[in-house]
Design a protein around this ligand. Structure first.
Ligand SMILES: Nc1ncnc2c1ncn2[C@@H]1O[C@H](COP(=O)(O)OP(=O)(O)O)[C@@H](O)[C@H]1O
Ligand SMILES: [Mg+2]
Length: 446
C-alpha cells in the first residue's frame, strides 16, 4: 500500500550512506597505494595524479548515480506500493455501501460510486466537510483522528425525504503512522431507513392493537361498575347491559382471533400452500354461513359459477377467511344496494397461465378513490365508527392481502362512488405440487 512506499523512503538515505562509506574507504585505499607506488618510483608522478583524478571523478559520478537510481529493493517495493493504491481503489469500489477514504487532515483520498451518489460534491484532495454537510459525521472524523479509535454516529436527513443512516469512521494505522495518528481514515455509511420504517410500523401496530383492545375493555369495566353499583337491583338495565357486555367481549375475541390469524399467515408467508382446493364449494359454504346477515340486511346474494371445477393450490381455511371477509364487507358496507353478486371464472394471467378469478360486487355507496390504496393496511377503515358499530376490526382486508401473497395471488379493488365496489381475487390455478386433474381434491367443504 502507499504506506509501504513511505516506509521504504524513510530507509533510503540510510542505505545510501552505508554504500558511500564503503565506496569512500575503497577509493582511499586505492589512492594510498598509488601514493606508495609514486614514492617508491615505480609510477611516474604525472600518471599517479591522473589515476587519482580518475578515481575521484568516478566516485563523484557514482555518488550522483546512487542518489538518482533507486535500490533494487526500492524498485520492487515501489511497484507494490503503486498496485496497493490501485488495490485500495478497487477494494472500496467493490464495497456495497458508500465508502470514503480520508487523510488524517480530513481531505478526501478516494471514494466509491455509492459515495459520490450520496454526496455528488465529493472531490479528491478537498476536505470531506465541503461535500458532506453532516456535522455529526465531520465531528466523528475529528474525534477519530484525535482518539485514534473507531467511531459510529447515527444521523437523519429530512430533505428531500426522511432518511436515517449510520456512519462508521475507522482509523487505519500502518508502519508509517507517526505517534498516535492514523495513516488513513475509512468512512463508511449504512442506510438505516428500511429498519426504521419497520420499527415505526411495529410501534404503530402495537399502539393500534392496544387501542382497539382497550376500547371494548373500557366499556366492559364501565358496565361492571354500573352493575355492581347503581344498577344493582335494576333487572331491565342488567339485561340490557349484559347484552352490550357480551357484544364487547365478542369484539375483543374477534380482534384477538384476527390478530392471531394475521401473524400465523405472516409466519408462513414464504411457504406456498399446495393442497388442491375447489373454489366454488368454498364460496357456497361461506355464503350459506352468511345467510342470516344477508337476510337481516335485506340483501340478495347471487353466485355465478362455471360448470367445470375451479381448482387452486391453496389453504382451505385461509381461502374461507378471504371470502368471509369480502362477502361480509359487501353485505355490511355495500348492503344498501340490496344486491351482492359473486362471480367465479377462469382467466389468464399476464404470462398466459390459468388463473381462477373470483369477484364480489356490491351496489352500495362505493369507496372514495383516495382510500382504496390504503384499505389493506391493518386497522385502516374509511369510517372507523361505522366499522366498529358493525363489529369490524379493520383487519379483514389486511388478512385478505396476506393470504393472497402466500397463495401468489392478487387482490384488485375497483369502486365508483354511488355505484358500488368490486373486490376481485386472482389465484394461479396450478403448481407442480397441485394439478387440477388430481383425484385427491379437497371436497370436505361441499
Ligand atoms: N364493499 C365495501 N364497500 C364500502 N367500503 C368497504 C367495502 N369493503 C371494505 N370497505 C371499507 O374498508 C374498510 C376496511 O375493511 P376491512 O379491512 O374488512 O375492515 P373491517 O371490515 O373490519 O372494518 C372498512 O372499514 C370499510 O370502510
Ligand atoms: Mg371486514
Amino acid at each position: 500500500m502507499m504506506a509501504t512506499d513511505d516506509a521504504s523512503r524513510h530507509l533510503l538515505p540510510q542505505r545510501l550512506l552505508v554504500r558511500s562509506y564503503r565506496a569512500l574507504s575503497m577509493a582511499a585505499a586505492a589512492i594510498g597505494l598509488i601514493v606508495i607506488l609514486i614514492a617508491s618510483g615505480s609510477v611516474s608522478p604525472g600518471i599517479g595524479v591522473l589515476v587519482i583524478a580518475i578515481i575521484a571523478f568516478a566516485g563523484w559520478i557514482g555518488g550522483i548515480l546512487a542518489r538518482r537510481l533507486p535500490h533494487p529493493a526500492d524498485v520492487t517495493q515501489g511497484s507494490t506500493a503503486r498496485s496497493g493504491v490501485d488495490g485500495l481503489q478497487e477494494l472500496i469500489a467493490a464495497l456495497p455501501d458508500p465508502t470514503i477514504v480520508l487523510a488524517p487532515d480530513g481531505r478526501v483520498v478516494s471514494f466509491n460510486e455509492q459515495a459520490s451518489a450520496m454526496a455528488p460534491a465529493l472531490r479528491r484532495g478537498e476536505p470531506v466537510s465541503i461535500a458532506l454537510r453532516v456535522p455529526e459525521v465531520v465531528e466523528a472524523v475529528r474525534r477519530t483522528v484525535v482518539g485514534n479509535k473507531a467511531e459510529r454516529v447515527e444521523f437523519a436527513e429530512r430533505v428531500p425525504a426522511d432518511r436515517w443512516s449510520e456512519a462508521f469512521v475507522t482509523p487505519v494505522r500502518d508502519s508509517a503512522s507517526t505517534g498516535n495518528r492514523p495513516a488513513l481514515l475509512l468512512l463508511t455509511f449504512h442506510d438505516l431507513t428500511p429498519i426504521r420504517r419497520v420499527e415505526e410500523m411495529r410501534a404503530d401496530f402495537v399502539a393500534n392493537a392496544s387501542h382497539e383492545l382497550r376500547t371494548p375493555l373500557a366499556a366492559l369495566s364501565g358496565f361492571i361498575e354500573t352493575l355492581k353499583g347503581p344498577a344493582r337491583n335494576d333487572t331491565a338495565a342488567r339485561e340490557r347491559f349484559l347484552d352490550i357486555m357480551e357484544a364487547q367481549a365478542n369484539r375483543m375475541a374477534r380482534l384477538i382471533d384476527d390478530l392471531l390469524s394475521l401473524s400465523r399467515i405472516e409466519l408462513a408467508a414464504h411457504v406456498r400452500p399446495v393442497t388442491p382446493i375447489e373454489l366454488v364449494p368454498v364460496v357456497r359454504q361461506v355464503v350459506d354461513a352468511l345467510q342470516t346477515l344477508a337476510r337481516d340486511r335485506g340483501v340478495d346474494v347471487n353466485i355465478d359459477a362455471p360448470a367445470d371445477r375451479l381448482v387452486v393450490p391453496g389453504d382451505r381455511d385461509e381461502l374461507i377467511r378471504v371470502f368471509e371477509n369480502l362477502i361480509e364487507n359487501a353485505l355490511k358496507y355495500g348492503g344498501s344496494g340490496k344486491r351482492v353478486e359473486i362471480t367465479l371464472t377462469r382467466g389468464k394471467a399476464p404470462d398466459g397461465s390459468d388463473e381462477a378469478v373470483a369477484s364480489v360486487r356490491d351496489y352500495g355507496p362505493g369507496i372514495p378513490a383516495e382510500h382504496i390504496p390504503r384499505l389493506t393496511e391493518r386497522f385502516y377503515r374509511v369510517d372507523i365508527t361505522g366499522s366498529r358499530a358493525l363489529g369490524g376490526t379493520g383487519l379483514g382486508l389486511a388478512l385478505v392481502k396476506h393470504v393472497m401473497n402466500r397463495h401468489r395471488g392478487r387482490l384488485i379493488i375497483d369502486s365508483r362512488i354511488g355505484q358500488g365496489s368490486t373486490f376481485t381475487i386472482r389465484l394461479p390455478m396450478s403448481t407442480d405440487g397441485a394439478r387440477a386433474d388430481r383425484k385427491d381434491i379437497d371436497k370436505s367443504v361441499s
